[in-house]
Design a protein around this ligand. Sequence first.
Ligand code: GUN
Length: 283
Amino acid sequence: MTVIADGKEIAEKIYKNLKERVEKLKRKPVLSVVITEDNEAGKIYVRNKEHACEKIGIISQTTHFPANISESEILSKIEELNADVNTDAILIQLPLPSHIDSKKILNSISARKDADGFHYSNAGKMFTGQIPYSVACTPKGIIKLLDEYQINLKGLNTVILGRSDIVGKPVAQLLLQRDATVTICHSKTKNIDFYTKNADLIVVAIGKPKFLKADMIKDNAIIIDVGISKVNGKICGDVDFENVYSKASLITPVPGGIGPLTVAMLMQNTVELAEHNLITDDW
Ligand code: GUN
C-alpha cells in the first residue's frame, strides 16, 4: 500500500507546539516580509504565510514595493529592519525584479534575522556542519516529513532533481548529514532515468509539471514532490501523481504535501529567531 504523506497534518502538529512556545515569550514574535508588486505567485505564498502567523500568534508585517523599486531603497528598508529590536525575522519574497541583485539583498539581512536561511553565513554554516541561525524552509520541511514517517536515510540512494539554492543544494546537504548517498541531477544531466531508476528516494524540484513518470522509478521508491504549477486551472506538482502513485512506497501530494511544511518551517524559523532575540540574547 502506498502512503500518501499528509503535510497538512504534520504542519498542524508543528503549529500547536509553536503556539505554546510563542505564549512563553514576553512579546509576540515579529516576521517582516518584503515583496515587490510584480510577484504574483509570491503574493499567494505571502497570504498563506500571514494566515499561518495569525494561527500561532506571530505578528506579520508586509512591505509591498513597486516593481521599479531601486536596489538601494530595498537595502534601506532592510537596514531599518535589521536595526529594529522588535523585528525578529525578515523574509524577502523571491523572485525580485531582474534589475535587482537578489544575492546582495539576501546577504544584507542580518544573519540573526534571516527567516529563510539564505544569507551566505547561514548557508555556509549549514554546508560546513556548523549550527546556523536558520535553515532553508523547504529542505527543512522535507527532512521533517521524512522523520515523521520514520524513514531511515542512512545509506539510502537519494536522487535530487534540481540544483537551486532554495531547494536542491540545501536539501542535498541535509540528506548528506543523515548519511544518505546523494546525487543531484539538473537540466544538463544526460539520461536522468539512469539515476532515478536506481533511487530509493527522489526529491523533485525542477518546476516542470508532471515530469516524473512511473517508468522512471523503481518499485517502492519514496517520492518527494516540491513542484507547484497550475495546469488547466488545476494545481499539480513535478510528479505525475496518478501515474506514479501505485509504484511508490510513499509519495507527497500537491497540494497538501511539502507546501504546508515549507510554511510551517518558516514559522518555526521565526519562533526560533525570536527566542534567541528575546530569551537567549547570546548574539
Ligand atoms: N520564492 C520561492 N520559494 C521561496 C522561498 O522559499 N523563500 C522566499 N523568500 N521566496 C521564495
